[in-house]
Write a protein that binds this ligand. Structure first.
Ligand SMILES: [Zn+2]
Length: 87
């Protein structure tokens, strides 16, 4: 959940800087414009699986996207853990 939000924010930040619609445009490689398949667009997991590279053109995926996903993912896990501990 948190990782998904982080991923979304990362994409929004990245695309808005290039004045591109983030609602109409599906996730794609910033280098070759190849559309990402659903299993290549999973926060954190896909980055590790693809080793930070586009599966089509092997261009490096910006590390900042991974870092943002990771931060939000950790935040979400920490939040959930704190809620479980309290019960
Ligand atoms: Zn590519």
């Amino acid at each position: 959940m948190g990782a998904s939000i982080g991923s979304f924010l990362g994409v929004v930040a990245d695309r808005s800087s290039r004045q591109e619609s983030f609602i109409r445009t599906p996730s794609h490689c910033i280098n070759c414009q190849a559309k990402l398949k659903w299993y290549q667009n999973l926060p954190v997991i896909s980055y590790i699986v693809l080793q930070g590279k586009c599966s089509n053109c092997k261009a490096r995926i910006p590390i900042k996207l991974f870092v943002i996903e990771l931060i939000y993912g950790i935040a979400a896990i920490t939040l959930m853990a704190s809620l479980i501990v309290r019960e």
